[in-house]
Design a binder for this molecule. Structure first.
Ligand SMILES: [Zn+2]
Length: 609
């Protein structure tokens, strides 16, 4: 007898169960803030949640909007963006330490290889005021030095020379006070203002009738609708709800494959399997190691090239999710011919709570919106929350820090969801790309350490090709290297986790330009460059001529009268008009064939009658 009918016979029982259920729901909300939202759900509900086509706009916005407290908009008007050039790594460390704890400063980026720190500085605060007096070198404004370009690394000697040209009497006195250090270039710290800062245009609000057109930074609601629409329109696209963010927003990922529904099933199966394994591990921790060993030793089934793309893990880096949705559209239009050889997963918005908060309240917000042990500070840096080297240097235990790692590895629903998504196909994934902004870098593991990966040679080889293609597509400044060397040591990153779990080619891409506050006009050029680079990179990783061939082609699309698009791959040398004409002819032929088939079918049906 079905349990529902039993309940009807025992109304008291039903009421008790209902009360228990409500109570459990409440306590779950209070206690399991770090638990994966998926784990809270019944397996029976998984199907609905994951296929999730019925996801409504209400689920995304209204429910949470009521619960979230409104915070005043943080006004950055007049804040200056500076690039600071410490003369040595040790000075960089000291300067960074004093900047990170200062509320008058937002650290925007640390570029160790270039000896540079980018900061936003409150308008009423001089730079001297935020540096630790114990380690304060002589300051020197490099703004008027013509030879100097922002992207150039600047040598300590150069800073010393340029600064000593125009030393103020005040600096002279300080230098004398430091005695011997005067001759040492460590005593100078250069800085330069960066243009084009702090005119954040508010992004488009939700607009149901209009599809994303990459002319602006869209809000999360619009992205959700875009994702749903893509899955509805294309037979090669499916979307998954991989969890819920801390504030309850759905975390979505897109699957691009010949049979995407099959992938949804695989994912669902993997979730249940991993949950069982995790439960067993919590009872007996020694099994964890075994599982990991088995996982990494498993040979990759190289039938197709499997790519995993993650974007938007840092809230304020708006161009990253904008670019990822563009990639998603391209992958949908790439068609079955492309997907016969390649399977791609895209998680275009890994941190929706932070992203929305960066739109509504604080443009400089980086983390998610988790409540922390320190009631004054919120948020965990989702790119310091992964298990590889979690908690080691290169992250912070201070909840107020922008690189706060959380209370334990994978404490956040957002990182849990991404991990579980990757675990469904870990043995197959050969290329992992995590998109960030900014800096023009392709970075490879390890980020937690300066020692190289055992796969360093291969990682560098593919990174070189990524750089080459980004340069060819309009970004000549693209550079590369090991994350720990180029930027700064960072522990608990997605790149390290994926590489450690067996993904040979795992990269962090710092998208072009020198600020994450970019005019929306940059979205299309950056996204197009990344798309072209991606197609060629997949070819290199696949090591198959049939996949590499796409690198020499381009994806051409035409808009049809019915509002749909038709597309095809053509040799780059073929004039665009000819390519478009060819698509049109092919489309007309298919339509004719379809009409013929319809006539035949109708005749057959009328015969039956
Ligand atoms: Zn980032």
């Amino acid at each position: 007898m079905p349990p529902a009918r039993k309940l009807l016979r025992f109304p008291v029982c039903e009421v008790v169960l209902l009360l228990l259920f409500l109570k459990c729901e409440t306590c779950a909300r209070n206690l399991d803030v770090g638990e994966n939202a998926i784990d809270r759900q019944n397996p029976e509900n998984l199907q609905d949640d994951f296929v999730g086509k019925e996801l409504t706009k209400r689920a995304v916005t209204e429910d949470q909007a009521v619960e979230r407290e409104a915070e005043p908009f943080k006004d950055y008007t007049g804040w200056q963006m500076l690039r600071i050039f410490p003369p040595s790594t040790s000075v960089l460390d000291q300067v960074l330490t004093s900047l990170e704890v200062d509320p008058r400063v937002v650290v925007l980026g640390v570029f160790k290889a270039q000896l540079a720190i980018d900061v936003a500085l409150s308008p009423t605060t001089p730079l001297e005021a935020v540096l630790s007096p114990a380690h304060q070198p002589n300051l020197c404004n490099l703004d008027d030095k013509k030879s100097f370009r922002l992207k150039d690394p600047i040598s300590p000697r150069k800073i010393s020379r340029q600064c000593s040209d125009k030393r103020s009497p005040e600096n002279e006195t300080k230098s004398l006070g430091n005695g011997r250090k005067d001759k040492n270039s460590d005593n100078f710290l250069g800085w330069k203002t960066v243009d084009g800062f702090l005119s954040p245009r508010s992004a488009r609000q939700h607009n149901v009738t209009q599809p994303l057109s990459w002319d602006d930074y869209y809000r999360y609601d619009s992205m959700v609708l875009f994702i749903q629409r893509l899955a509805n329109e294309y037979s090669t696209v499916e979307y998954l709800e991989i969890g819920k963010s801390f504030e309850g927003r759905p975390l979505l990922a897109l699957v691009f494959a010949l049979r995407p529904a099959q992938m949804v099933k695989q994912y669902r199966k993997s979730i249940l399997k991993n949950r069982r394994l995790r439960n067993r591990e919590s009872e007996n921790p020694s099994t964890e190691k075994k599982r990991h060993k088995r996982k990494t030793n498993k040979k990759k089934k190289n039938t197709k090239t499997f790519v995993f793309i993650e974007a938007g893990i840092h809230a304020r880096e708006w161009i990253s999710p904008a670019m990822a949705t563009f990639l998603a559209q391209q992958l949908a239009d790439a068609g079955r011919k492309f997907l016969r050889r390649v399977t791609v997963i895209v998680a275009p918005m890994a941190n929706p709570d932070g992203y929305e908060f960066s739109h509504t309240t604080d443009r400089m917000w980086r983390k998610n919106r988790r409540e922390t042990p320190d009631s004054a500070c919120r948020g965990v840096d989702l790119n310091r929350n992964w298990a590889k080297a979690w908690g080691s240097s290169g992250s912070s235990g201070d909840p107020c820090s922008d690189t706060y790692r959380g209370v334990e590895a994978f404490s956040e629903p957002e990182t849990q969801a991404l991990r579980d998504l990757a675990l469904a196909w870990m043995e197959k994934i050969s290329l992992y790309l995590s998109f960030h902004s900014y800096g023009n870098f392709v970075l490879h593991p390890w980020s937690y350490s300066e020692s190289p990966s055992s796969k360093e040679r291969l990682l560098k080889k593919v990174a070189k090709r990524i750089r080459k293609h980004m340069k060819r597509n309009g970004y000549p400044d693209f550079k590369g290297g090991q994350t720990g060397d180029i930027l700064y040591q960072a522990s608990g990153t997605s790149e390290d986790y994926m590489h450690d779990a067996g993904v040979q080619y795992a990269y962090t891409i710092e998208l072009p330009h020198y600020s994450f506050i970019l005019d929306p006009e940059n979205i299309l050029p950056v996204s197009t460059a990344v798309w072209r680079t991606l197609v060629c990179t997949i070819g290199i990783v696949a090591k198959k001529q049939s996949v590499l061939a796409f690198c020499k082609k381009r994806l051409v699309k035409i808009q049809l009268k019915n509002g749909k698009t038709a597309s095809g791959w053509f040799d780059k040398k073929l004039p665009l008009e000819e390519a478009e004409q060819s698509i049109m002819e092919r489309y007309n032929m298919t339509e004719k064939r379809r009409a013929k088939d319809d006539v035949k079918r109708n005749l057959f049906l009328s015969d039956l009658k």
